[in-house]
Design a binder for this molecule. Structure first.
Ligand code: NOJ
Length: 737
């Protein structure tokens, strides 16, 4: 058995298949032909049955039992288009691929996909945290590392990035995207697509990306998952589509349609979004896969009577591949025969799937080299990168009286009580959708704190309080521990499975037992630092006044407690800033910085709480201080086709080096379509040494940066006054004839 495998591996991996076809015949097997010719040739040879199978995706499970592996492989049709591959090693994949290559008439390789969301085996911080780093370069590199681990393990297609603008923390999937702002989502989308795909999809370092969930999934009513979304065409264009357009322009290979119904037409069968916008206007050459079972779900969504009609609606709308729904494999052939779906439509979908397989080089290299896991996973550079990225994602929300960093806290008083449910719960730090991440590979908070403060402080540990429920039996002992300490650090927050798909919460406040614990610890009278690990913005209005400092560490992946321990000790100067607004309470949702203006801005406030958020989009403190100069424009008045430069000088006025992010906003006071009060148009992060001044620049191209979009997606630029804004500084700019 082993020998045969090795032989096959040598034949298929070392000697590329079909590099040159039979002499005289130029077919799809000829790697020297242009891809479009190869696609045409192959398409011309395929039967309807073969074509339709290409448009289906089934699964191949994670099972190490050799007997089961064979059974599993045999039950999947060898001519299937794609498989979601749950295993971490390439052997099972190669077995299945061998069937596709050898047992089917045309030898079309299978495309293996998987949810490599924030890492494969090296787990990086969750995407919501990644955006708080404002470091697109690090994010791109992390995606590149994840792509390499995945590709060498048998996966060439990731269902990532998720770029759903999300403004409701109750929605569990807010953790999977880059926050509330279209531009931020677009910027990190482009970074991750470049990281995943690189310049050459056929290399063993890269995978095809999939933009998801197209589109408007983040608008789920009250944060409930899978439900109806009410999205006007205007909002679709100005809020939900921009990250997708950016991703397509960056060359993303595929798109996944979303589960939601968009104002009466589910995304799975939405001709406007799938065909008219994505394929016709944006010219996307890749294919669209449905979300899991979503074609069949057109039945409960109330637009299809049965699977056959669901298949017809989805295919006619422009949905190319059916993920595990068994609607296309069972019904497309009869739909073609009956004329309900045109041959041309199906051919076009198959063409798109084949095109990607050729681009990925799968016809030449269908098999994954079977190298030991130690050579392809968790490489030191990948782990280092995870730690660096995690450090940059941490947001210092509050630091009253400079209680942090702890090393400078109070000389001679160096006993720290380290408490809370997260102290030993390292698995919770992985975050949801953690692919093949393993709990035992996460650095626990206890261990990280011990290492960090070794020889510098005495640490007293106590969990004290569970994540939720009513068991307060640990409180008394924990409070005693707090009394013995000079400062208390509480690690509180969420379990990893409180976020992600189908993880909706009715409130974003911490569970009552955690709030109660914080309150009781506060009464002990020691300085109190709250460290939070969570997958959503939290409602902290009740606990914020009780804490001297609050640190948002998010769910950092395998670096676990190490990065935040560095922030607590002062080894790391925090530089993260929020990519999502933190409301005071759940009742303020939706609250986001780029809202439209009210008719009476001074009125209409809540009577019981301030109407402002607790922490704004872009908020994040540092251990150093910065002085911002005034914004300078290279010219105050420009024509539509001219450009100008805005500059601002930022000086580090403290004693520590710090990385500062400048967010550039624009405001258009009035327009024929009302616009958000502020719109982020650019950001930049730079390291500034103590005493040093750095210039931050924003090249403004009026049509790109000052224009708006109408409800049909047409961009327009009006003459008149605009403002360019950084923090509380703003400057006027005129667009002239
Ligand atoms: C359903 C999820 O909505 C989607 O994000 C994921 O990529 C697919 N399942 C495949 O696992």
């Amino acid at each position: 058995m082993m020998k045969t495998k090795q032989f096959l591996f040598t034949v298929f991996c070392v000697f590329p298949l079909f590099a040159q076809a039979d002499e005289g015949e130029r077919t799809y097997k000829d790697a020297t032909l242009p891809i479009e010719e190869r696609v045409d040739d192959l398409l011309g040879r395929m039967t309807w049955e073969e074509k339709i199978l290409q448009l289906n995706q089934f699964t191949l499970g994670n099972n190490d039992n050799v007997n089961n592996i064979e059974k599993e492989v045999v039950k999947v049709p060898a001519g299937i288009g794609s498989l979601i591959y749950f295993s971490e090693n390439p052997e099972l994949r190669n077995e299945m691929q061998r069937r596709a290559m050898e047992e089917t008439r045309l030898g079309i390789p299978i495309l293996f996909g998987y949810d490599v969301i924030h890492g494969f085996r090296t787990v990086y911080p969750i995407s919501l945290a990644q955006a708080c780093s404002w470091n697109t370069d690090l994010v791109s590199r992390a995606c590149g590392m994840a792509a390499g681990e995945a590709r060498r393990s048998g996966v060439e297609w990731t269902f990532s990035p998720m770029i759903d603008v999300a403004r409701d923390g109750r929605w569990g999937r807010i953790s999977e995207g880059y926050g509330e702002d279209p531009y931020t989502n677009a910027a990190f989308c482009v970074a991750s697509v470049r990281g995943y795909q690189g310049d050459d999809l056929a290399s063993d370092k890269h995978v095809a990306a999939c933009l998801k969930h197209y589109v408007g999934y983040g608008a789920s009513e009250a944060g409930r998952d899978y439900v109806y979304t009410e999205i006007s065409r205007q909002t679709l264009w100005d809020t939900y589509l921009p990250p997708y357009e950016a991703g397509i322009r960056a060359g993303a290979s595929t798109v996944m349609s979303s589960f939601n119904d968009i104002s009466g037409v589910p995304a799975t069968c939405n001709h406007y979004t799938l065909t008219e916008i994505l394929k016709e206007r944006w010219g996307m050459e890749g294919f669209v896969v449905s979300d899991w079972d979503a074609v069949e779900q057109l039945i409960p969504q109330g637009v299809a009577a049965d699977r056959k009609q669901a298949a017809s609606l989805a295919m006619n709308a422009g949905l190319d591949m059916d993920m595990v729904g068994h609607c296309y494999d069972r019904h497309l052939e009869s739909l073609i025969r009956e004329g309900a779906v045109s041959e041309e439509k199906v051919n076009e979908a198959v063409r798109r799937v084949l095109r990607l397989k050729f681009r990925l080089g799968l016809f030449e290299h269908p098999y994954t080299e079977e190298m030991p896991a130690a050579q392809r996973l968790l490489q030191p550079q990948s782990k280092d990168l995870a730690e660096r990225l995690a450090e940059e994602t941490i947001v210092l929300l509050k630091n009253e009286g400079q209680v942090l960093p702890l090393q400078g806290f109070q000389p001679g008083k160096n006993t720290i009580a380290v408490m809370g449910p997260l102290v030993d719960a390292s698995g919770e730090l992985l975050g949801n959708w953690s692919a093949h991440g393993r709990m035992e590979e996460v650095c626990p908070i206890r261990e990280a704190m011990q290492e960090e403060f070794d020889g510098k402080a005495t640490l007293l540990f106590h969990a004290g309080c569970p994540f939720d429920g009513e068991d307060k039996s640990g409180f008394a002992e924990a409070l005693e521990t707090a009394r013995q300490a000079d400062v208390v650090v509480l690690f509180m927050g969420e379990k990893r499975l409180w976020s992600g798909e189908n993880c909706v919460r009715s409130t974003i406040e911490l569970p009552a037992i955690q709030e109660d614990f914080i309150r009781q610890v506060k009464e002990v009278g020691k300085p109190l630092v709250l460290v939070l690990a969570n997958g959503r913005p939290l409602g902290l209005h009740r606990v914020e006044p009780l804490c001297d400092a609050i640190v948002e560490m998010w769910q950092p992946g395998i670096p676990g407690g190490r990065p935040v321990s560095g922030v607590l000790s002062g080894r790391v100067n925090p530089s993260g800033k929020l990519c999502v607004t933190f409301p005071r309470t759940t009742g303020q949702i939706p609250i986001y910085y780029n809202r439209r203006q009210s008719s009476r801005p001074a009125l209409g406030k809540y009577q019981d709480i301030p109407s402002t958020p607790l922490y704004e989009f872009g908020h994040g403190l540092s251990y150093t201080t910065y002085r911002y100069g005034e914004i300078k424009l290279s010219r105050q008045t420009v024509r539509e086709d001219e450009s100008l430069t805005a500059e601002i000088a930022v000086t580090n006025t403290g004693h520590l080096a710090g990385a500062e992010t400048v967010h550039w906003f624009i405001t258009d006071p009035y327009s024929r379509i009302s616009r958000p009060v502020r719109e982020l148009k650019y950001f930049e992060k730079q390291l500034i040494q103590p005493g040093e001044t750095k210039i931050f620049r924003f090249e403004i191209h009026p049509m790109r940066d000052l224009s708006f979009v109408d409800s049909d997606g047409k961009r327009f630029l009006e003459k008149g006054t605009y403002y360019v804004q950084v923090k509380d500084k703003r400057i006027k700019l005129e667009i002239d004839e």
